[in-house]
Design a protein around this ligand. Sequence first.
Ligand SMILES: Cc1ncc(COP(=O)(O)O)c(C=O)c1O
Length: 442
Amino acid sequence: MPDIQTAFATETFGNRYLEPASRSAELYARARAVMPGGNTRTTVFAAPYPAYMASAQGQSRLDFVNNYTALIHGHAHPRIVEAVAKQLVVGTAISFPTESEVRLAELLVDRVDSIERVRFTKSGTEAVMMAIQAARAFTGRPRIAKFEGCYHGTYDYAEISVGPPLDLVGDPEAPRSVAESVGVAPSAVDEVLVLPFNDADAAERLIARHANELAAVLVDPLPHRSGFLDPADGFLSRLRQITREHDILLISDEIISFRLDYRGAQRRFGYDADLTTLAKIIGGGFPVGAFGGRADVMSVFDPTSSGTRIAHGGTFNANPVTMVAGYEAMAMMTPAEYDRLATLGQRVRVGLADLIEARGVSWQVGGQASLFKLHPHPRPLVNYRSASPTRAEQADIERFYLAMLGQGIVLTPDLAGALSTPMTEREIDSLIHAADRVFDVL
Ligand SMILES: Cc1ncc(COP(=O)(O)O)c(C=O)c1O
């Protein structure tokens, strides 16, 4: 069999960027000389090297990644471009607060039932970091708990048991705390209690055992790192109940799952959190993060209060370019638009599932609303361990990714996708048609 690069550089797959004389090959060679492995964002690396893009306009490719779910209106939506262009000429970052941050904060507080007060950051990573710090300050306790197989950004206390090797994970009912990589603070390994997703009984036992040390339980309600796992019925509300019984704060990380509902994942799954973290879609395509929740918890940041205070700076926090872009993006996301995207998402999932069934391959599709992901195996999508691909399945994923890219369909290298509002049934049907051809060839 030819190596993957040679196989997918062919005309059949249209991946001209893999040819040795391509512009991407040249840029990658230059990048390798100045950045480690040519890379400054691990997420966008795809073997053997990524395609470089000059523009998101006039492409013959359909982008189902949308900057890892962030671009809910696709690229360069005219209403966002106009708002940003106006802001660019009056100031991109001002050493004073602006009305733009108040407007976006009002919108978020209005939409998410459990958010009474909110603050902005430049990334989801920072939003999670600050929510954890707030929980420690408010409760006076040091540790946090998170679920195995869940990604919450690149911060030591979040980088525990995100994608641990299956031979290191330990007891399914009491998972080991595993650093995501070398370089993660060893103290983080000790301070993070790892819980099994979708096993409320085991989670309850672990939380109860460590309750007096735990400031917060951090949960991604639709864990994307494990492949958009559906939370079991009642799992999240039970988690809410357990944490409340022990006065532990519940942090709902909706950095991706804010796509699920006009009022967020908590409304969709029927629970409420003490703190919520947001990012991606709320920035309209610009760097953003936000965390918010109960007014009493958030008051640890109140500079006018004499109580516990956390100084939370950030040169570009709430910068008006992000704030105006985010406001336009969210204002356009009406309940009807959420419904329309969810219907399109269902068309993707059903279309792919039908293909899989017709071809008799052992694949399946997960996801909800505007999110979807292909899994190259038939195991139940219950937790990280059951959903993780084997080495052979990982090779299938890589081949499928490159083959789809060659057909002009951009998925994430682990075969997830997120829809955007400019999409219609036509784009969805192109995706399904391309997947059909790829199943045929592979
Ligand atoms: C659930 C979740 N939390 C946190 C993050 C980190 O956000 P950012 O990349 O903006 O730092 C991500 C990013 O993908 C995420 O999906």
